[in-house]
Ligand binder design. Structure first.
Ligand code: SF4
Length: 370
């Protein structure tokens, strides 16, 4: 059975990039005037030619989001279970060769952390680990999900890519969604940034959403790490990936995230800068491409940026996040995966959302089959 790899192999990076940069004002106006848009329209909307139309894009994006999602924003919290990792990624604080104290939470520590998140009102949780099969393999993840399943109605993971049968096992035990970002769709650049470990296998990562779709997951979260390569080309290939998956695994829901490179201890500078205006343009372009796509915003971005973007297309956000295992209660001082930009407490972010006329949603899913 073919996978997204077959489709991606039909594209050439440089040709794609050129075709995006060749889009004209007319292409942008045509894309804006349509009620349904395709990937050529998406190219026009992320092209430099669309930059003067940012206000129009933002207004349309806001209208479509309101029509489809109402005035709501879903809240979620990440919880790091482990910073063990057997990969080298040039942009990450948890990279195998970084000399940092490693730790993996035990049951009691997991429950202390979840008690804190429950006290803040969270019902959607994102469990995050590094990629270390020996310490945080499928058995550890299954156990962690079982341990907290009664407390959260939505459990998502962002961990090492797994095989289809492993996903099926976790879904059986209460897993709702999986986030897996390709980081960059540029094969050679991918190799440079992932020189060692299982993650160096570009194709295995690329085909992860296919395995998830076949396993029957409820939701898949996609994204690229913006800054590794030209954001316009990477966002196009992420959109191509999303549209392929949506057509192939139509029972599954999809979300999109927009991580930009953030500083960490010993950090990597972005190769290609993505400005705040670029990021707004990209978020609006995804909304104009698809009404149903959930758009997620993490605390990597600044207070100012998040306060502005929540009305323009975003459907879920995190707050008060810690990116270190035990960071909420157990061991507040351990080293983070990357620096958080918006450090406001959950209550303050919830108030900000309300002040903008948005209804804060803590729970939108009930796991009746538990
Ligand atoms: S990005 Fe993930 S896989 Fe890479 S070093 Fe960090 S934790 Fe490990």
């Amino acid at each position: 059975m073919s996978t997204f790899k077959t489709l991606l192999n039909q594209y050439n990076w440089n040709d794609t990039l050129q075709s995006i940069y060749a889009k004209t004002e007319n292409d942008v106006l045509q894309a804006l005037g349509k009620s349904t848009r395709d990937l050529e329209d998406f190219k026009a909307l992320v092209s430099p030619a669309a930059a003067p139309y940012l206000e129009d894009m933002a207004q349309l994006s806001q209208q479509i989001t309101k029509k489809r999602f109402g005035n709501t924003i879903q809240m979620y919290a990440p919880m790091y279970l482990s910073n063990e990792c057997q990969n080298i990624c040039t942009y990450c604080g948890f990279s195998m060769t970084n000399k940092i104290p490693r730790r993996t939470l035990n049951d009691a520590e997991i429950l202390k952390e979840t008690a804190f998140l429950k006290s803040k009102g969270y019902d959607h949780i994102l469990l995050v680990t590094g990629e270390a099969n020996r310490t945080v393999g499928v058995e550890y993840l299954k156990h962690a999900i079982q341990l907290i399943r009664s407390q959260f109605s939505n459990i998502t993971i962002e961990v090492q890519p797994l095989d289809q049968d492993e996903y099926e096992l976790l879904i059986e035990h209460g897993l709702y969604a999986v986030l897996v970002y390709q980081e960059t769709y540029h094969r050679d650049e991918y190799k440079k940034h992932h020189p060692k470990g299982k993650k160096s296998n570009f194709d295995y990562r690329l085909e992860t959403p296919d395995r998830l779709g076949k396993a029957g997951i409820h939701k898949i979260g996609l994204g690229s790490l913006y800054g590794l390569e030209d954001w316009r080309a990477d966002s196009f290939f992420t959109a191509l990936h999303f549209k392929y998956l949506q057509k192939t695994y139509w029972k599954t829901k999809y979300s999109m995230s927009f991580p930009r490179l953030r500083p960490f201890s010993g950090g990597l500078e972005p190769k290609v800068e993505m400005t705040d205006r670029d990021l707004v343009q990209l978020i609006c372009a995804y909304r104009l491409l698809d009404e149903d796509l959930e758009l997620s915003m993490s605390t990597r971005e600044s207070e100012l940026f998040r306060d502005h973007i929540v009305n323009l297309g975003i459907t879920s956000i995190s707050a008060e996040s810690k990116t270190n295992p035990g960071g909420y209660v157990v061991e507040k001082q351990s080293l983070e995966q990357f620096e958080i930009s918006d450090e406001r407490p959950t209550e303050v972010v919830a108030e900000m959302l309300k002040s903008k006329g948005l209804e804060v949603v803590w729970k939108d899913w009930a796991n009746n089959w538990q």
